[in-house]
Design a protein around this ligand. Structure first.
Ligand SMILES: Cc1cc2nc3c(=O)[nH]c(=O)nc-3n(C[C@H](O)[C@H](O)[C@H](O)COP(=O)(O)OP(=O)(O)OC[C@H]3O[C@@H](n4cnc5c(N)ncnc54)[C@H](O)[C@@H]3O)c2cc1C
Length: 172
């Protein structure tokens, strides 16, 4: 890939989406090529007088395209926690601790899958078999796309138990 990034890029898109490749060839590249993975993290998202939401509090490689959805979802969770605290319905520190807990539990399966995909290592034989099986099974193929659209839980589809996927919820 690195020996001829531009040529390989167009070749791959030409193989999977010839019409798009044709349109791309008529376009003009505006910036340099950037490749690689973005390192993931979970941060403690609150403290006295401050709170984090979106990428500021938790990030993963964008290849699974969840960051915008997560940012909105977590903003709603945080707003509920702050409202509960400021209105006096709950202790604000407890409400913010719950925000962190719910965020982490909800995000963990996709985070771990993203870490695995973001490592750019070859798929395990089980995953290879799984990807191969999708071609012959349109229902599961739709579910597979649903995972990335956020309508199907990662755990419903992927055969690998979360505990064997790389990535952890360490803070920094
Ligand atoms: C290449 C790439 C592709 C992606 N593709 C997808 C995708 O297909 N689908 C998807 O859901 N997500 C995708 N993401 C992830 C998504 O863009 C982010 O997860 C999302 O934008 C996070 O939203 P946010 O509001 O937390 O942060 P941001 O969108 O980064 O917003 C933070 C804003 O704060 C501003 N800012 C920073 N510091 C300061 C400061 N000191 N004072 C004032 N303003 C400041 C920044 O300029 C920025 O405008 C992609 C990310 C990348 C890098």
């Amino acid at each position: 890939m690195r020996a001829d990034i531009e040529g390989n890029y167009h070749q791959v898109i030409g193989e999977v989406a010839p019409e798009l490749a044709q349109r791309l060839r008529g376009g003009r590249r505006e910036s340099k090529w950037i490749g690689g993975s973005i390192r993931g993290y979970f941060r403690t998202p609150y403290g006295p007088g401050w709170a984090l939401v979106g990428d500021a509090g938790y990030q993963k490689d964008p290849r699974t395209a969840q960051g915008i959805t997560d940012a909105f979802t977590h903003a709603e969770l945080l707003a509920e926690a702050i409202d509960a605290g400021l209105s006096g319905r709950r202790d604000i520190t407890e409400a913010l601790a719950d925000y962190e807990q719910i965020r982490n539990i909800a995000a963990k399966p996709m985070y771990q899958l993203t870490c695995q995909l973001g490592s750019l290592s070859a798929p395990t034989p089980e995953m290879e078999q799984f990807y191969g099986s999708l071609a012959a099974d349109p229902v599961r193929a739709r579910q597979f796309l649903g995972v990335f659209a956020g309508s199907v839980a990662v755990s419903e589809l992927f055969p690998v138990p979360a505990s064997v996927l790389p990535g952890d919820l360490s803070r920094r």
